[in-house]
Design a protein around this ligand. Structure first.
Ligand SMILES: [Zn+2]
Length: 370
């Protein structure tokens, strides 16, 4: 398993490099175990890998959903090369070790070991390793377009994101916005002749910062949030700026209505306009990801809790591809690796955790489908 993980890390799969090489590593691994996976490749280097094994039954399949892509190594220095996996002190280091090539290696190993042990599967197992979870989720969308019709529902779905073995049934949704304020340039020594777009933005930020995204508090997820996280504007010290641009990160509860939030922000524009008729602004959605909320009382979650020995379900702060497949059946997020290791330099996972994960995924495969 550690060899598979190392090969996966070395198959650099950032959005720029594409997932094809990592898909080939996984495809070869399954082939050597006597399993035949399909690689769906597009735009030269983007790829999903799909493995289907076991008999199709009315009970619906057990689906493992993973993502092959990783984020770039970042600007901070690493102790060892991010795309040359290394083993030190019982841990594997490299980009994707936690998010989520470690969980992929553990899950693929569990499937291969069960199939090779000649255990009769109760039903179909679908293992889908998709592209682009870290960017625009085009991989999971493509998977759903191509395979949704052939999947018996309700399926039971495990998303193998690193949760450090917590059983996750909920996460917030995400709404990223761009707001641009527009003014008129003038010489910096005569500001009265211009319209200052930065001053407009300051007024908007002041008002939006006190805006309450969610009116309710959710038991697992708490409240929504809004944060202005990027700003740029102006061209020179002596020119009144004609534009200012911000990016806003909004996290909402699954029941929140994005339309309503957008309307509320438009209303902030209108309020400012009432005191300053020259105020001009526009808003654009940059990214919109739905949230996850699986019924904790569902049979699937109850049985998972029992076989894994977990009393309580939890929520995570990050988003996943889970909502894209929630139409197929109940979804749980479960995997090895500390979530706070994700997207950081010196990303690593312990080999002991990977072994525990193989055991957990094997228990899940033996319990489900059915
Ligand atoms: Zn991930």
């Amino acid at each position: 398993m550690t060899e598979l993980l190392k090969k996966l890390i070395n198959a650099k799969s950032t959005a720029e490099d594409g997932e094809f090489d990592a898909a080939v590593v996984l495809g070869d691994y399954f082939k050597n175990c006597g399993l035949s996976a399909e690689i769906d490749c597009w735009q030269d280097n983007r790829a999903n890998l799909i493995l289907r094994t076991g008999p199709k039954t009315k009970a619906g399949p057990l689906v493992f959903l993973c993502h092959l892509d990783v984020v770039p190594p970042g600007k901070e220095p690493w102790t060892s090369e991010p795309f040359e996996a290394t083993e030190r002190d019982g841990k594997i280091y490299g980009r994707g070790a936690v998010d989520m090539k470690g969980p992929i290696a553990a899950c693929a190993t569990a499937i291969a070991e069960i199939v090779n042990s000649n255990t009769t599967l109760k039903g179909e197992i679908i293992f889908a390793a998709v592209a682009a979870e870290e960017t625009d989720s085009c991989g999971v969308s493509r998977f759903m377009q191509k395979y949704e019709k052939s999947i018996t529902t309700p399926a039971k779905i495990i998303v193998t994101e690193p949760t450090d073995f917590a059983l996750v049934t909920a996460h917030k949704s995400l709404l990223w916005l761009e707001v641009i304020t527009m003014g008129k340039t003038a010489h910096g020594s005569m500001p009265a002749l211009g319209v200052n777009a930065i001053e407009f933005m300051v007024e908007f930020i002041e008002k939006v910062s006190s805006y309450n995204v969610s009116k309710k508090t959710d038991e697992l997820l708490g409240q929504g949030s809004l944060s202005v996280n990027k700003i740029s504007g102006g061209t020179a010290t002596n020119i009144v700026p004609e534009f200012c641009r911000t990016e806003i990160d909004i996290r909402t509860l699954p029941e929140n209505n994005n339309e309503e939030i957008l309307r509320d922000l438009e209303n902030i524009f209108e309020t400012i306009k009432k005191t300053n008729s020259k105020f001009k602004a526009e808003m654009k959605i940059l990214r919109n990801c739905p949230g996850l909320q699986t019924d904790q009382q569902s049979d699937f979650i109850k049985r998972l809790q029992k076989i894994l020995g977990i009393d309580k379900c939890t929520a995570v702060s990050f988003t996943t591809d889970a909502p894209h497949v929630a139409g197929l059946g109940p979804v749980a997020v479960f995997g090895p690796g500390k979530p706070d290791m994700c997207h950081k330099p010196d990303e690593h996972i312990s080999i002991a955790d990977l072994k525990t994960a193989v055991d957990c995924y094997k228990k899940i495969i033996l319990e489900f489908p059915g």
